[in-house]
Design a protein around this ligand. Structure first.
Ligand code: TPP
Ligand code: MG
Length: 533
């Protein structure tokens, strides 16, 4: 057995089934060990996508995602995806392959200091060296899975990859969870909660880490507390719930802020400020923060109490305490939702993004997975989409990088092949990652890829207009009057100009065994009012 075999056997024992990446000569020993050792290598079009796919895989499965790249430019490309796992807190192992040990640090083709590159965007960056492979992998896995979870980078010189080893496959560590807070801390939190007449819960990204997200639902139901979510926490409680308020800090955010500021207590549940800092929306309302880390604020937020610890244990404690009786009227939530939904769907004269998003939602079954990308469409989707369950709504909001949507959809297909999956991309994001369609085709299975073709980097164009900058450098070029392509890399294309055709196209594309690009030619004018209200 060589060190590559040891690495593959160990990662397989962790539960890793795929690694995403692009090979080079230096990667070949590891690639061949993957072939022999039962970890599929998924060749992507760009290493950034490999990182995003691995990140999404980590989120979907709870097992660290794996991505692989060559040195230098492979590593810098990969870094974009690794950064996503860092700010969005997903377990991930990123391996860069390298020159031989005696060449490291010299001025040689493609060679840079990988550890310096990954240090700011990984929880750890570790060299793999002979005799120390099993211990380094154990350390990496434990670190990636310990709260807050995140990426670990490993550097593998080619001679190390090829060296024979007598090391044995190690026992696989779990991640360290946070402790359970003292009774007194939990009791004080409940007491503070019991004083509130109009409490609102806001679920955040770290609540996704709960082993039992049903506790969140039990909490809001037992104490009759309405809940909103951040973008990444959508679906942890079915948003069709009677006390659901929807997503905050996205399209029509002012409607949400107005409601939240009527509260007399905000309860942050797994709230991670990387998605939206508290001070941007909380106003004067006091905060009761339950998190994996203390709330990061600008010092002006009225923090009533904080509880840091294992979220399952903390919320279970709140669920077991006597029910509270806030003074909300039941109708207030439905009234608010109606107001929010109406604001998100202004009257339009042409096929609009909000109509397209509703059409896709209508075509995707409730248990389906939506992956999408970064732009004005993200804001609209986050506010408008109804997410019914955990792990059904894949987006990056901490890292917020264009290019996430399509690789995430590919990873979701691999992680949950039986669940229907749809991907929505802005046309700018599509231009950045359309090569990944070839990957989706190789993998097979239905994957409607809906491109919201509005001809603009709309989010940036809207910002230009709102901030009185001339419109410049944001025009992608309209394709409205051109016949659509018949295929990208063998993936067929359907062009649609209205909501019923889009819904029908998605339904049709969900029934075949290959990806389909659905070009939705939309007019994004309403973003000007919905995205920046
Ligand atoms: C890697 C990266 N580069 C730039 C940005 C800044 N940015 C955010 S949204 C956006 C425009 C995206 O355009 P498109 O995909 O067409 O979506 P739209 O805004 O039109 O919905 C840009 C350039 C980013 N978030 N990530
Ligand atoms: Mg666009």
């Amino acid at each position: 057995m060589n060190n590559s075999d040891l690495i593959v056997a160990t990662l397989r024992k962790v539960g890793i089934r795929q690694g995403f990446g692009i090979p080079s000569g230096n990667v070949l020993p590891l690639l061949d060990a993957m072939r022999r050792g039962g970890i599929d290598f998924v060749l992507t079009a760009h290493e950034g996508s490999a990182g995003f796919a691995a990140e999404a895989s980590g989120r979907m499965t709870g097992v660290p995602g794996l991505c692989i790249a060559t040195l230098g430019p492979g590593a810098t490309n990969l870094a974009t995806g690794v950064g996503s796992a860092f700010l969005d807190r997903s377990p991930l192992i990123a391996i860069t392959c390298n020159l031989n040990c005696d060449q490291l640090g010299r001025r040689l083709q493609m060679s840079i200091d990988h550890h310096a590159l990954f240090r700011p965007i990984a929880k750890a960056t570790l060299p793999l060296r002979p005799g120390n492979i099993a211990a380094t992998l154990t350390d990496a896995i434990r670190t990636a899975l310990s709260e807050p979870q995140g990426p670990v980078h490993l550097d593998l010189p080619e001679d190390v990859a090829l060296d024979e080893t007598r090391e044995v496959i190690p026992e696989i560590p779990g991640g360290a969870r946070l402790g359970v807070p003292d009774d007194a801390v939990l009791a004080a939190a409940y007491e503070r909660l019991a004083q509130a007449r109009r409490p609102v819960a806001v679920l955040g990204a770290d609540a996704r880490r709960m082993r039992n997200p049903m506790l969140l639902r039990r909490f809001v139901e037992r104490h009759k507390i309405p809940f909103a979510t951040t973008t990444m926490a959508k679906g942890l409680i079915d948003e069709d719930h009677a006390v659901s308020l929807g997503c905050i800090e996205r399209a029509c955010r002012q409607v949400q802020r107005q409601f939240l500021r009527q509260a007399d207590l905000v309860i942050g549940l797994g709230y991670d400020t990387v998605e939206a800092e508290y001070e941007s929306w909380i106003g004067e309302v006091p905060l009761l923060h339950f998190g994996l880390e203390p709330a990061d604020t600008n010092g002006k937020v009225a923090i009533a109490w904080q509880v840091i610890g294992d979220l399952d244990a903390v919320i279970d404690d709140l669920v077991l305490r006597p029910p509270l009786h806030p003074s909300w009227r039941d109708e207030e939530f439905a009234e608010h939702r109606a107001r929010f939904n109406a604001a998100l769907r202004p009257r339009v004269n042409a096929f609009a993004p909000h109509q397209a998003i509703d059409a896709v939602r209508a075509a995707l079954p409730a248990d389906g997975i939506l992956s999408f990308d970064v732009g004005a469409h993200t804001h609209q989707i986050a506010s408008q989409w109804i997410a019914h369950g955990p792990r059904s709504f894949l987006i990056t909001n901490g890292w917020s990088s264009m290019g996430f949507g399509l690789p995430a959809a590919i990873a979701a297909k691999l992680a949950a092949p039986d669940r229907p999956s749809v991907c929505i991309l802005g046309d700018g994001c599509f231009q950045m990652t359309c090569g990944e369609l070839a990957v989706a085709k190789r993998i097979g299975g239905a994957l409607p890829v809906v491109v919201l073709d509005d001809g603009w980097l709309s989010l940036i164009q809207v910002k230009q207009a709102r901030r009185n900058f001339p419109i410049y450098g944001t025009d992608l070029g309209s394709t409205k009057d051109e016949a659509p392509l018949t295929h990208y890399f063998g993936v067929p294309v359907i062009a649609v100009q209205d909501a019923p055709s889009l819904r029908a196209a998605v339904t049709q594309a969900l029934a075949v065994d290959h990806p389909v690009v659905i070009e939705a030619r939309v007019d994004g004018s309403h973003y000007m009012t919905t995205v920046y209200d």
